[in-house]
Design a protein around this ligand. Sequence first.
Ligand code: PEP
Length: 249
Amino acid sequence: MRKQIVAGNWKMNNDLAQTEALITELKKQTKTSNAAVMVAPTFTNLWQAYQSLKGSNIEVIAQNMHFAKNGAYTGEVSASMLKSVGVNTVILGHSERREYFNETDDMLAKKVDAALESGMNIIFCFGEVLEDRKSGNHEKVVEEQIKNALFHLDSSSFFNIVLAYEPVWAIGTGETATPEQAQDMHAFIRKTLANKYGANVAETVSILYGGSVKPNNAQEIFSKPDVDGGLIGGASLNAEDFFAIANAF
Ligand code: PEP
């Protein structure tokens, strides 16, 4: 059975006090979602968020990690460091990491390996830029991103991987892929997985959509058969909006 998931990526927003305030608001939301709900605060606030949300239905996850176990990598954070503050899931391959921090498919493959070796779960992001969409190359680009970073894995690794299709042109822009565009790409991703790993893996991996998901469009997007939830940026910074999205199935 595929899991429905709504994960909030808080990016480089919220200092400690603001993080605590947002968590207080999240804890006030009474509607419990059927989906697994996750939030990704910035590194400095992970421990506090983990402590504050312990015992709730909300999992605290990380936005990134380094592939090395430890060593001379100034400014970086390893899988074991994340685990030591209660974090068992990490977002990898976000388009902002690819664009601003030059994360390549090769580097992401190493991060994926390191996370899996440490027993972590991964939300693996990918998606095409606008030119690829306009030129009709979007499926090819997405297929390459998935193949290059994930297709060295064996099928059992996919028990610990969630995919997140995030067209770059729809992230933080207010521009959303239409529910049909999301569905078409998610079906294509599932077909790509099926070709390599078989129908069983393809049918059990959750595929999230990300890109300007808001309370007013979430339901239509999540109603599509191959969309298992969302990775939410801007709207996850408001507790009410985030929970409206988490309850939009
Ligand atoms: C994201 O950054 O993963 C994202 C989907 O952002 P937004 O919802 O703001 O488009």
